[in-house]
Design a protein around this ligand. Structure first.
Ligand code: GAP
Length: 535
């Protein structure tokens, strides 16, 4: 599977466009076109329906210790700045960056690789962005630096393996990836990933606010509101879908790493003693969801984080990862993280952190200029009305990216085969074999030819089905070509009105994946599509 073909299909058929394209685009920002917006909405709707609105709270689901309740929430993107102090994002959510004084380019410290090389009695550490073609880049850099031609490549004496720049202590003998001078890289500096903005007319630190880097915190700070207004007992899951923003240093791989993206998050509040069982439940449940939505087992893995990989809040995390086509062979990219967050967030929003750095944020200061209590001071613990036990719940967090999931569904669905055209010549057919629940258009309706009363009947079928599903009407060109356009859009069913339809009120329905055509009555089209979608 070739990523370039997928990217080209997405642009050609209106799934994804570069944001502000007519001005040259803006790195890390993407727009969803007419087909893309339907697909992504279907991904979010499927998630919401399966996890929240359609959740069976009366039964013990397979693998779950007990029945549980689910509720939804929709919080603001900009929240009180103390939220980010207490969540740890203000102090800890950063990458280490390196600048090149010569080229003014900026790199992530942990994403530059390099290798020692010697020639003409000088030894330097040449660097390149980590990736598939890094050795090629390193060789080019070294040749250029030592003023050697390709035919003298043997004069380069490589020493040791490729290593990350984080292993190198002094940068004096380091050659940046895009320069020809030694020692132009700065020391690594912290770079917070939150986008800053200002609230109200104040432009100084007092009005500083941040675009949320995760939707999760809106759920934590509303935990008590949801509990009190719904009168649920624990365990309780609270779900939210919404935009998050991260000023990623190296946005890349299409929408995989964007600066504006959507998350689908659940914070699941439970008794600490049951938290490990719930952690296992959510890992398995979420993995199964991707399988059910059409991702094959061979392309999906569950990976437990090593201790040193864990985020600051986590006492255990498993990533659900997909074999995206832009990853190297055998490597996977994160689709969703399922984290055991313990009581970190609720406790932190209750008690806060008293540290002296907080005043730079313009947080509450006392009359002596010292930071006041930084948590909310509110009691966010839970009292079980049956046992009277009072505790701070533990939280399991399945946190998925709507854009990454959408991209994974597109990659998984992309398929090319050879089919004969109208003249019997083999033609490459591109198909998006999307799960019918996710497909942007559920059915396309065609008159076989644009005469003999067929368009009139086809339009009636179209208008009738439109009340129930997203459908598409097309009467232009040869019917074979119309089928192929729908295959590319991922439309699972094509309904054709032909000469026979006028006589017996039947149409043909063609299946995108099996290419089988069968004849059904016009008045059963809606029911047949509905049944096939749920198969
Ligand atoms: N509340 C926990 C949290 O935000 P995360 O692993 O940082 O955890 C969760 O993010 C999910 O959000 C990821 O698994 C991914 O699907 C999505 N995500 C994170 N950063 C992203 C980015 N820059 N672009 C697109 N999706 C992203």
């Amino acid at each position: 599977m070739n990523m370039d073909s997928i990217v080209s299909l997405c642009k050609r058929r209106g799934f994804l466009f570069q944001s502000s394209e007519i001005y040259g685009g803006l790195q890390g920002f993407w727009d969803y076109g007419p087909l893309g917006v339907e697909l992504k909405r279907n991904v979010k709707d499927a998630w919401w329906s399966d996890m929240v609105s359609g959740h069976d709270d009366m039964s013990t689901l397979p693998g779950a210790p007990t029945p549980y309740a689910m509720e939804g929430l929709d919080c603001t993107i900009i929240m009180h700045p103390q939220v980010w102090k207490c969540s740890g994002h203000y102090d800890l959510f950063h990458d280490y960056m390196i600048d090149c004084r010569e080229t003014k380019k900026r790199y992530r410290h942990d994403q530059l690789n390099g290798r020692w090389v010697e020639a003409k009695e000088q030894r330097v550490f040449v660097t390149a962005p980590a990736g598939d073609d890094e050795q090629e880049h390193l060789t080019k850099q070294a040749l250029k630096f030592f003023h050697l031609r390709n035919k003298h490549i043997d004069e380069l004496k490589w020493d040791g393996e490729v290593t990350c720049l984080t292993e190198i202590e002094s940068f004096e003998q380091v050659l940046g990836p895009d320069t020809n001078k030694l020692g132009t890289l700065t020391e690594p500096r912290e770079f917070n990933l939150m986008f800053k903005t200002f609230v109200g007319a104040l432009s100084g630190e007092e009005g500083t606010a941040f675009l949320r880097p995760e939707t999760a915190q809106g759920i934590f700070v509303n935990f008590k509101n949801v509990l009190d207004s719904t009168r649920h007992r624990l365990p309780l899951g609270i779900a939210q879908i919404g935009k998050s923003f991260r000023n990623e240093i190296t946005p890349r791989n299409f929408t995989f790493r964007s600066r504006e993206f959507e998350q689908m998050e659940i914070e699941f509040f439970c008794h600490p003693d049951q938290s490990q069982e719930w952690y296992r439940y959510w890992r398995d449940r979420r993995l199964k969801w991707y399988h059910d939505m059409g991702i094959s087992e061979k392309n999906l893995i569950m990976r437990e984080h090593h201790k040193d990989e864990l985020a600051h809040y986590s006492i255990g995390t498993a990533d659900i990862e997909y074999a995206f086509p832009f990853m190297a062979d055998g490597e996977y990219g994160e689709l969703e993280g399922v984290a055991h967050r313990g009581d970190f967030d609720l406790r932190s929003h209750m008690e806060g952190k008293l540290d002296e750095t907080s005043d730079s944020l313009g947080l509450q200061l006392d009359e002596n200029g010292k930071p006041k209590w930084k948590g909310s001071g509110k009691d966010l613990s839970y009292r079980d009305d049956l046992t009277n036990e009072k505790y701070i719940p533990h939280v399991i967090e399945p946190s998925a990216g709507a854009d990454r999931a959408t991209l994974a569904f597109i990659c998984e669905a992309f398929y090319e085969d050879e089919q004969p055209d109208e003249n019997g010549k083999p033609q490459t057919r591109t198909v998006l074999r999307l799960h019918p629940r996710l497909a942007p258009i559920k059915a396309a309706i065609f008159p076989l030819v644009k005469k003999d009363g067929m368009p009139e009947v086809a339009k009636e079928v179209y208008l009738d089905l439109k009340k129930h599903f997203k459908v598409f009407y097309d009467e232009k060109g040869a019917v074979g070509r119309r089928y192929r356009r729908q295959d590319e859009a991922g439309t699972p069913y094509c309904i054709t009105v032909d000469g026979q339809s006028l006589a017996d009120q039947t149409v043909t329905i063609r299946d995108r994946d099996t290419l089988e055509q069968s004849r059904i009555r016009i008045d059963e089209c809606e029911q047949v599509i509905r049944e096939r979608m749920n198969r």
